[in-house]
Design a protein around this ligand. Sequence first.
Ligand SMILES: NC(=O)C1=CN([C@@H]2O[C@H](COP(=O)(O)OP(=O)(O)OC[C@H]3O[C@@H](n4cnc5c(N)ncnc54)[C@H](O)[C@@H]3O)[C@@H](O)[C@H]2O)C=CC1
Ligand SMILES: O=C1O[C@H](COP(=O)(O)O)[C@@H](O)[C@H](O)[C@H]1O
Length: 253
Amino acid sequence: MDDPVLLTGATGRVGTAILDGIGDDYEWRCLARSPPEKELPGEFVAADITDEDAMRDAMEGIGAVIHLAGDPRPEAPWSSVLENNIDGTKTILQAAVDEGVEKFVFASSNHAVGAFETDERTPEMYRTHDEFRLDGTELPRPGNFYGVSKAAGETLCRYYHDQYDLDVVCLRIGNLTKNHPPIDYERGQAMWLSHRDCAHLAERSLEADYDYEIVYGISDNDRKYYSLERAKEALGYEPRDNSAEFDGKQRVK
Ligand SMILES: NC(=O)C1=CN([C@@H]2O[C@H](COP(=O)(O)OP(=O)(O)OC[C@H]3O[C@@H](n4cnc5c(N)ncnc54)[C@H](O)[C@@H]3O)[C@@H](O)[C@H]2O)C=CC1
Ligand SMILES: O=C1O[C@H](COP(=O)(O)O)[C@@H](O)[C@H](O)[C@H]1O
């Protein structure tokens, strides 16, 4: 991607992982509700993604969007996910197609399919020997309003792809943590996404050619129950980390 990239939610956890990994590789326009505590690459816009005029201005000259901004809390109330995650995503998508943006990378979530993790299937499905898999072709099955808002975002992206030919990849991100996987948390270890795999996934999302995709954003964890085949085939994603290589906090392999 040679054009400037708009990174919404740039001051958050995922934005930090992306910029730490590929911050020197693109011309960034970073956007968040409020200014960063540390300097970010490129220019910075402090604005709310539900502000149509501000998003139109922020989109000027942009070639690709990585849309992270939103309420990331699985327990977020309906009022917040309705405003930030659904209305905000619609506003960003409309501004993107109005500006003629080429690519749109949407931060979806494991919570868009969280209700597949039934009492019957857990905790076995978080363990290496279990063969249950989700591959991105399954219908959404959210277990909370946050997950509903992420499924809605995926559908909004589908609409804007079909209506305006916007290239879209929805990343059903697992559980991003720095330095090591979540400790004593099998679900988190099954869907761990390392910082370097997160940055790599973002880079592949900016460089690969696709139409509309839903892929899982996790490292190549032995415990995984999300298939990585589509991410590898559609994006050329090649994760390097695996939560099984940690015995708690330290890498052991
Ligand atoms: N951190 C994780 O493990 C996962 C994150 N995600 C998704 O990735 C995205 C980023 O998550 P995190 O970085 O963890 O969140 P975070 O809470 O660390 O950062 C959120 C970012 O979005 C911005 N933001 C929030 N509402 C906004 C609004 N109305 N207008 C403008 N900016 C707004 C904040 O200023 C901040 O920069 C979210 O959409 C979240 O749902 C999905 C799965 C896992
Ligand atoms: O979408 C998200 O998912 C991760 C993992 O979910 P959890 O319920 O196992 O914590 C979560 O940590 C993150 O905050 C959220 O945005």
